[in-house]
Design a protein around this ligand. Structure first.
Ligand code: AMP
Ligand code: ZN
Length: 465
């Protein structure tokens, strides 16, 4: 497999530190609001990377943090008259609601910054002891010049960065590129005791610290949105490699933005759609398919028209699935026919093509084209004369290729089944409550949908008319 490594700016053969295992850290959300479709792309992309590794048989230790203390958190909590912790609790719950709905697998660990304060203090103390950080009036800064390779990820040296960046002049810093790892207490802000007085951690240090404590000194993959390359990831590298003297991450992956009218979707520009509002109108599969239809390093433009055309494309795949499911309840030939042996091999060649695309730096755009080619092929070649084996093989293959992308896993018939089961339960309850009118209405409504109920001694059975 080849992965584009931001650090070396080229595609490299992927070799994990431990065969068969992957340690992966993805920078997660600041939990002060619902996440928008731009954030969602980053989460979906790295969920897909993880799923594909799992598909290939790797065990993935996947860590994604929650930033639950920073300026935005403090401001929002003050505006809402609640504590920063209450705000964090609320939006972590909301994060899971949307992420689960988007079929994003739960991380192995989702560490919260505020639960790592003592480890962060230890980390900072070690940096001070090693001469990489210094304290001034209760603040602690990282001394960027002490870290020889500062700027290596974004490919600039410290002088270039200094002249290019807009940096607040702060007399207490030794150099403009130095950044805070600990911030002294300000009124109205949550703070913790530390050797430098009451205060709170800076943003960059939390990721270095949590990656170190959960995954170890060197990890396989560190990932995030491309806005994090500088300064966030550059600073993480300086802190982590400053402390351990080891390489922090072997591969750095960055996903491109979701734009609106060629501008980055962001909360500050107020040009965003929350994932929640889009989930209200579109199935999760539509949203994921839309996001994965472009390569993860290419920006995508968001628009409702594009979502609608993605929905039509997805319907084509689901129509094919429904058709195959219907065939499977009709077809009589169990075993594979002689004439089909070659066709089965041909079907499997799509899997090889798909794997080649995904192995090439997760080219989901081309992998999705392979799925559409497969659907076209099945639609023309699999019908009521096909054997059960070919029908099943076609269905399994569509689902298999959908799995790493987190789509095509549900069955349209399956969803009808769940709906019927729920209505039967509701009817049972109505009967128990002697609400005969409601019970009869549910039975009649189901009949209109082509479902009839039979009350048997083993409970209620249903069948299609
Ligand atoms: P935040 O909650 O702002 O810290 O962002 C969480 C993640 O979403 C980070 O990895 C960001 O890089 C990423 N992100 C923010 N805006 C966008 C966008 N418009 N497109 C893609 N990713 C984004
Ligand atoms: Zn981070």
């Amino acid at each position: 497999m080849r992965i584009f490594n931001t650090m070396t700016r080229r595609k490299e053969e992927f070799v994990p530190l431990i065969p068969g295992e992957i340690k992966m850290y993805v920078c997660g959300p600041t939990v002060y609001n619902f996440f928008h479709i731009g954030n969602a792309r980053t989460f979906v992309v790295f969920d897909t990377v993880r799923r594909y590794f799992e598909y290939k048989g790797y065990k993935v230790n996947f860590v994604q943090n929650f930033t639950d203390i920073d300026d935005k958190m403090i401001k929002k909590a003050n505006d809402e008259n609640i504590t920063v912790q209450q705000l964090g609790d609320r939006f972590i719950d909301e994060y899971y609601r949307d992420a689960d709905a988007l079929n994003i697998k739960r991380a192995t660990v989702n560490p919260r910054a505020t639960l790592y304060i003592s480890k962060i203090i230890e980390f900072i103390q070690d940096l001070i002891d090693k001469g990489y950080a210094y304290s001034v009036d209760g603040d602690v800064y990282f001394d960027a010049k002490k870290f020889n390779n500062y700027g290596k990820l974004s490919g600039q040296n410290i002088e270039q960065l200094q002249s290019g960046a807009r940096i607040d002049i702060d007399e207490r810093k030794k150099n403009p590129m130095d950044f805070a790892v600990w911030k002294s207490e300000k009124e109205g802000e949550p703070s913790w005791e530390s050797p430098w007085g009451m205060g709170r951690p800076g943003w960059h240090i939390e990721c270095s610290c949590m990656a170190y404590n959960i995954l170890g000194e060197t990890i396989d993959i560190h990932a995030g949105g491309s806005d994090l390359k500088f300064p966030h990831h550059e600073n993480e590298i300086a802190q982590s490699e400053g402390r351990t003297g080891k390489v922090f991450a072997k591969y750095w992956m960055h996903s491109a933005f979701v734009n609106i009218n060629n501008q980055k979707m962001s909360k500050s520009l107020n040009n965003f759609f929350t994932t929640r509002e889009i989930l209200d109108k579109y199935e999760p599969d539509v949203i994921r398919l839309f996001m994965l239809s472009g390569h993860y390093r290419t920006p995508i433009n968001f628009s409702i028209e594009l979502l609608d055309s993605t929905k039509s494309a997805l319907d084509r795949i689901y129509n094919s699935i429904i058709n195959l499911e219907e065939l499977s309840s009709k077809v009589k030939n169990d075993g594979i026919l002689d004439s089909e042996i070659k066709y089965k091999e041909h079907l499997n060649s799509y899997k090889q093509r798909y794997i080649e695309k995904m192995d090439d730096d997760f080219n989901t755009a081309d992998a999705i084209s392979v799925i559409f080619d497969l659907i076209r092929d099945i639609n023309t070649n699999v019908d009521e004369n096909s054997s059960m084996e070919i029908i099943k093989c076609s269905l399994d293959l569509i689902r298999e290729l959908g799995f790493p992308l987190g789509i095509l896993q549900k069955s349209k018939r399956g969803s009808i089944e769940t709906e019927v089961e729920l209505l039967i339960e509701k009817r049972q309850k109505a009967r128990k409550d002697k609400n005969w009118a409601l019970a009869d209405k549910i039975r009649d409504d189901l009949k209109d949908k082509g479902i009839i109920l039979e009350d048997t001694s083993d409970g209620v059975r249903w069948k299609r008319i």
